[in-house]
Design a protein around this ligand. Structure first.
Ligand code: IMP
Length: 427
């Protein structure tokens, strides 16, 4: 059985929660490998509708072990709330495990995320203010506190004591706000330690054993490649890698073990937060897409910026992730539109280009070059098979498939599991 990496292929929110939930029925292990509770994965299944932030979307599978990998950062309070809510609604979380190498989001991270955003003024990134950027910055600066530290109260005390002085100096001297109490944080995190310790494991061994048994392993990403700190619209980016390659680093296995890379694309584009988005529609059509698909952030409730499918960005995403299969979600959102556009190139300062520029200011100056297609104007939400889709919808998918340069495996036409059209098997 293979290892499949499932990632969003644009700016996040492509609906990979649903795709992972579907595939997880067959999976033995599902590992979430990046991000933190900045992510929001919506899943609708027999238990109801859920908005997951940290727990892998595979938690609903009766057989899968769900792992939060070392590549994620974890706010323990948020995770415990999420576990509590899942349990209350009858979802078993006894097969949930957390890597002992995963870093903790601390109260000063959350506070600093907000203060840093305020200080950026008009250049604010539009972060989710969940402390994710500061937590990853501390990981790289070797000032992080990890799940393994939480298991040893003396180590926890020592690490916190070592770090808090510097954080309080920044809070009081740079931002002129009150310092945080080391004792309060320590006591709170000791309580978290007691609640979370049953879940904390050396999870790379669990993965290795699953691979030896030839089980199906899913690696679940968060956000999308266009928010990657290397390849995304830097500095309007997130702080951990949403790329397929991030799956190896954030779960703890090697590139030779990956068999399939599934890129989940929305049939159009959305983005939350600041930063360039060449195909953004600030008109009636953008509004219509947002309201029809309820394009509001799962984590922050912010309206998502909506626009036409950007094939330049999509092709770039395929290049840097090596997609072997694509999923196209929310096709049904476009059902009512008489005309559709796909961005097939950019004009940058009067020159035609077909690549995604590194510079966010250059990308901001890019004017989309569109190809127009007729809309199908037929409801697609209840169509079970590809050949039953209206010809114009098939034509749209086929054109996306050509532009993205990757075979489409599945098409999602609604939130429910059964609203999925399989075009080509993944397994
Ligand atoms: P941060 O990850 O909270 O630091 O936010 C950095 C950027 O990533 C902001 O533009 C956020 O809106 C965006 N972002 C973070 N998480 C998600 C997500 O799950 N979906 C879409 N955008 C996200």
């Amino acid at each position: 059985m293979p290892v499949i990496v499932v990632i969003g292929a644009q700016w996040g929110d492509e609906g990979k929660g649903k795709v992972v939930d579907l595939l997880a029925e067959e999976a033995d292990v599902v590992t979430r490998f990046s991000g933190g509770d900045n992510a929001g994965h919506t899943v609708v299944n027999r238990y109801g509708k859920f908005k997951l932030h940290l727990v892998p979307s595979g938690i609903f599978s009766p057989r899968a072990t769900a792992i939060i990998g070392n590549g994620a950062v974890i706010n323990p309070g948020v995770l415990l709330d999420e576990i509590g809510q899942l349990n209350q609604r009858g979802v078993d979380t006894s097969r949930l495990f957390i890597s002992d190498r995963a870093h903790l989001v601390m109260p000063y991270h959350v506070l600093l995320d907000g203060l840093e955003e305020e200080s950026r003024g008009g250049k604010a990134i539009g972060t989710t203010r969940k402390g994710i950027g500061p937590a990853f910055a501390d990981k790289i600066a070797r000032l992080g506190i990890r799940m393994s530290d939480l298991l040893d109260k003396e180590v926890l005390r020592e690490r916190l004591h070592f770090i808090i002085g510097g954080k309080n100096a920044i809070l009081t001297k740079v931002y002129e706000v009150s310092p945080l109490s080391e004792d309060d944080i320590y006591n709170q995190y000791c309580r978290y330690s007691e609640q979370l310790s049953p879940y904390i494991r050396e999870t790379t061994i669990m993965l290795e054993e699953a691979l030896k048994r030839k089980e199906l392993v899913l690696l679940e990403g968060a956000q999308g490649p266009l928010l990657d700190p290397d390849f995304g619209t830097y500095p309007y980016a997130t702080s951990s890698s949403p790329l397929a390659g991030g799956g190896c680093l954030g779960a703890g296995l090697g590139p030779t073990q990956i068999n399939q890379v599934l890129g989940v694309f929305k049939a159009y584009c959305t983005r939350v937060g600041s930063g360039p988005m060449p195909t953004e529609l600030k008109d009636e059509i953008g509004h219509l897409i947002r309201e029809r698909a309820h394009e509001y952030g799962t984590t922050t409730g912010r309206p998502r910026r909506c626009g036409w499918f950007d094939a330049v960005a999509a092709r770039f995403s395929t290049r840097i992730n090596g997609f072997t299969r694509a999923a196209i979600t929310r096709l049904d959102t476009l059902d009512t539109l008489p005309r559709l556009k796909i961005c097939v190139g950019y004009k940058l300062d009067g020159e035609s280009i077909d690549y995604f520029p590194a510079s966010a200011t250059a990308l901001d100056r890019c004017q989309p070059v569109y190809e127009e297609l007729a809309g199908w104007q037929v409801p697609t939400s209840d169509i079970p098979q590809f050949d039953q889709l209206p010809p114009l919808a098939r034509q749209y998918i086929t054109r996306l498939e050509e532009l993205v340069a990757c075979p489409v495996s599945l098409i999602s036409v609604g939130m429910r599991r059964e609203q999925t059209i399989w075009k080509m098997a993944i397994l």
